[in-house]
Design a protein. Structure first.
Length: 242
């Protein structure tokens, strides 16, 4: 029976406190030799629990009818950094992330590019969030047009009571001035200037180490349903290179 629990991919028991220490140590020793000597620790403390978390979230999302994809194979980000175009040649990421793309019917003929939920595990920075990160120009232009032409629809979603209770408001990298074509005194200039439309809620170490983490993430992303549905309904251009 105990062996069955350990091998059940949907059995998430919480991250061990040592998982955060592993990531802190990796940040200090970000080199192949160190990682090779501690690969089993990575598999046990980071990779396996994250896959179990994603499997558990797939069940939670399905139970809520929440159209987010949680997949143990595809949701977690790889630990290896793409250093081909970076001055920083450190080979490993020092945080574990997992993405949950929106799959709903409001997505215009595709899995919504860049729209969905996200979980981030890093010492001192653990959070659940989502939105539309680094959107393609077509999606971003469509969002701004909707803010301009139908602000009530946008505000209804982004100022939903449940969403605000959990996440507060959307944020993201922003332009200094309103985009071209919009007056400088536009009443919703703060939204028009956004280059990302994202939101997040910080989690404690205790929450990350709890077996209740899948329920917490699912409940939080349920609160974000109106905002995610709004963003997923935007038309999209070509995917951006991540």
């Amino acid at each position: 029976m105990a062996m069955a629990e350990r091998t059940d991919p949907a059995h998430f028991a919480g991250y061990e406190p040592d998982a955060l220490q592993f990531l802190a140590d990796l940040a200090e020793h970000n080199e192949r030799a160190w990682f090779g000597a501690h690969r089993m620790d990575y598999e046990r403390l980071i990779k396996a629990p994250t896959e179990a978390l994603c499997a558990a979230l797939a069940e939670r999302f399905a139970a809520r009818g929440l159209p987010l994809l949680a997949d143990p194979a595809r949701s977690p980000f790889r630990i290896y950094r793409d250093v081909r175009f970076s001055r920083d040649k450190s080979p490993y990421k020092t945080a574990q992330g997992a993405q949950f793309p929106w799959q709903g019917a409001t997505a215009v003929g595709r899995t919504s590019v860049g729209v969905g939920g996200y979980f981030h595990l890093e010492p001192g920075e653990i959070f659940v969030g989502g939105g539309m990160w680094h959107p393609d120009p077509v999606s971003l232009a469509a969002f701004r047009e909707q803010v301009d032409r139908d602000p009530d629809r946008v505000l209804e979603s982004l100022e939903d009571e449940g969403f605000r209770a959990v996440f507060g408001s959307v944020s993201g990298d922003s332009l200094v001035r309103n985009p071209r074509g919009y007056p400088p005194d536009h009443p919703h200039g703060a939204l028009l200037r956004l280059k990302d439309i994202v939101f997040s809620r910080r989690l404690s170490d205790a929450e990350a180490c709890s077996p209740d983490l899948p329920d917490r993430i699912a409940a939080d992303l349920e609160a974000a349903r109106p905002a995610l549905a709004l963003l997923a309904a935007l038309p999209a251009g070509a995917p951006q290179r991540r």
